[in-house]
Structures are given as C-alpha cells and as structure tokens.
Design a protein around this ligand. Sequence first.
Ligand SMILES: Cc1cc2nc3c(=O)[nH]c(=O)nc-3n(C[C@H](O)[C@H](O)[C@H](O)COP(=O)(O)O)c2cc1C
Ligand code: SF4
Length: 448
Amino acid sequence: MKPAVFSQRMPSFGRVNQVPRTAETHPLTWRLRDDGQTVWLDEYRQKGGYRVAETQLAHKTPEDICRCVKEAGLKGRGGAGFLAGIKWSLTARGEGIPAAYLVCNADEMEPNTFKDRMLLEQLPHLLIEGMILAGYANQAVRGFIFLRGEYVHAARVVERAIGEAREAGLLGAHIAGTDYSFDLQLHVGAGRYICGEETALLNALEGRRANPRAKPPFPGQAGAWGRPTVVNNVETLCNVPVVLEHGPEWYQALARPESGESGTKLMGFAGAVRRPGIWEVPFGISARELFEDYAGGMRPGYRLKAWQPGGASTGFLLPEDLDLPMSSAGMARKGLRLGTALALAVDDRVSMVALLHNIESFFSRESCGWCTPCREGLAWAVKLLSALKDGRGRAEDIQQLEKLVGHLQPGMSFCGLAPGASEPLRSALALFRDEFEATLARSPPLPA
Ligand SMILES: Cc1cc2nc3c(=O)[nH]c(=O)nc-3n(C[C@H](O)[C@H](O)[C@H](O)COP(=O)(O)O)c2cc1C
Ligand code: SF4
C-alpha cells in the first residue's frame, strides 16, 4: 500500500500523517506543521518562504514570469481548469489602460470541497507569496482575497498574515526593496455559492448584488471597478511560487505522464471511507489509488455504490470506473468534469433520490434568480424529488426531471451554476433510474 504523504482528517483539520513530505514531491504541503497549526511568517521564512518572490522581483520581468507559468501548463484549480499563463497573457495593459487588480477566489462553497480552507488556515504566506508573484506578472497594483463568510478562522489567520507580511516589507510600497508596489486586502463575503462565480464575485466585491455579469467584457479587460482584473483560485495562486522556483519542466514532470496535466493536486475522498481526507498527489493518479491507498477503501459494513469525482456539481461514476485517471482528460472519457477533485463515496445505504434531493435543494437555494431555467427549473426539480423521496411521486415526474435536465444544459442559462446543478441529476437518472422508479411503488394512486 502506498503511504499517504499528506493526510488531513475532517473535520478537525488538525491531523497530519507523519510520513515525510518533501519539497521535491509535495511542493505545496511540505511546509505544513504536523500539529495542524498555522505556519506564521518566521517559520515560513525558515522554510525558504518568500525567497522566490524576492529573487523573481529583483531579477525577472513580468513577461518572464508569465512565460514560465504558461510553459509549465499551470491550470486553474477553481474547477474550470483554464491555463493561468494564458489568462495572464490576456490581461489588458498599455497606455491609457488603468493598472490591473488581482483577485483571489477563496469563496470555496462547493459541497465536499475544503482544500482552499486548509491552505488559507495553515499556509497563508504561501498564498500571499503566490499573489505577490501573480500581481507582479500582471503588473497589478492591488490584490483582494474574497473569502467565504463562514471561514471565520481563515479570516483571522489571513488578516494576521497580511499584517506580518506588510510589517516585513513584503507588501506595500517597494516590496523587498524593488520598484514593485502591491498591497493586499481581505474581503469577507456573506457566504453565498454564487459569489464563487468570478463575475458575481466582482459584483459582490464592489458592494453590488452578486449576479454574474455578461461576458464580454471578460474580467481581464474590465473587471473590478472597471479595471483589468485577474481572478484565480487559492490553490492556483499557491502553485505559482512552486512553478517559479523549480521551472516548467520540473513542474510538468510532477504529474503522471500522459495525464495531460502538470504539477501536483490537492485531492480527497469523503463519505463512508476508512480515512476521509485530502492529500497532495501527482495530478493524474487513478481514482482507485486515491480511494484504496489513501482513503483506505470503504469502512467495514459499507459497499461503494457510486462516487463523484470533484464536488456536488460533478456527475456520478460507478465502482468499475475507479481506474480512471483523476485528470480532466480521464473524466472526459465518461463525459464528466474533474471539478475540484475532492471525491465523494456514496455507499449502498444512501438513497440516490434522497441524495439528489439534498444536492438540488442546495443549488436551488443558492441560485441567484437571474435567469428562468435556473430559478424556476431547480425549484421545480426539488419539488419533484421531494415528492419521489416521500412516496408521493408519479411516473411522469421522472420524465419531467429528465426534461428539466435538458433545460439546464450549458447555453440555456446565464452562468455555470445551472449546468453544474444538472450534472449529478442527469447522471443519477441515467445510472440509477431503478431507484427513482422504485419510489413509485410507494406512491398512492391518483384520485380518479
Ligand atoms: C457557480 C460557480 C461557483 C464557483 N465557485 C468557485 C469557488 O468557490 N472558487 C473558485 O476558485 N472558483 C469558483 N468558480 C470558478 C470561477 O468562476 C473561476 O473560474 C475561477 O475562480 C478562476 O480561477 P482559476 O482559473 O484559478 O481556477 C465557480 C464557478 C461557478 C459557475
Ligand atoms: S444560472 Fe442560476 S445562478 Fe447563474 S445567473 Fe442564472 S439564475 Fe443566477
């Protein structure tokens, strides 16, 4: 069995496996403390922290950094997998264009996803170093960390870490004695899933209602307060110092060959598994390795019925799909997205109808209400699922659910929430239709 090199159990976020993590194999997590406490500035510096930022700002141009990140193939870790270097190269700059802003998306509200929380609470300076480098690459004058409202501890940690960095001359005017000036501001949201969508996030940051914005213009052209704005996920930004310290080839080689990915990835397994948690693993490992070697398989008395690869907005797979690589290409073989790569094991004691009712209730509640298919369609799906779950359903309710899935596809709504919400429903109806039909046997006949 492969040793779990970084394992953190829910919900304490405090237990770390003792197997050594090294900078060579676990570049994101090797600095974590075994007691789960925050790595503050002194310890971060003792462990080589901020050396990359100081060196790069002193000796490299913003273009050098953009090029290196592009060559490394660093993909966004927020779910969509867009290449960070390409995004940065599209940021508007030039005469007459106002200087850019950098926004860290720390809204993390995807059910079953808590990887950014671990980074924020335990390695805040890795994020700050990544933001200084990303800010420099985009010539940004200010950075914002948009944090999920419920992450109260993370808010305290990040605020203190920003203060430490500012006091040490790592934020503010002339960072580390260079010509580059950049400061960071923490913005705590009110805790809504839609604030994770990057343009809704920008509206919320500006104090507006968190509805997504029409694109174009893309944030890189006109984002926060009309300025070119780069939005990146916490984990994406934490990868930036790693890429720049070791170079593109080294970074690419961390991932499994042929995976089409670069670097390592925080992945996890939750549900009735023996060791639920998150681990830093090579991108592209098989789901079976993650499930068996890291999570230890199912707890005694439980059988794996289905699994979701990366959050509530990803589809379901079966136990026989566990040999798929945990990569975008691997999941695409089954027509799915990898999402956040924090997988959920669904056991044989869980009713798929009840689970879907739970999932769709979340998405319906979190819909911003801007467009009809999402606002009305999700509420209707919840009503139908509730009836089926409680034995009040009718045969046509299942067909109606299938019809609703069609109305929630990409292109039918204004943002990605509705297609994400439809994905688990679509795949559950396809893979577990028998469970939906079995609820009908409990339904009383309709009055004549
Ligand atoms: C409904 C919805 C919620 C989202 N939530 C998050 C989130 O919590 N964190 C995140 O980084 N990206 C989230 N995204 C993706 C962002 O819109 C955006 O693609 C991402 O922040 C870009 O960063 P990256 O390129 O580094 O991944 C969400 C997207 C949608 C449609
Ligand atoms: S899909 Fe849903 S969340 Fe997105 S804009 Fe439409 S109503 Fe709002």
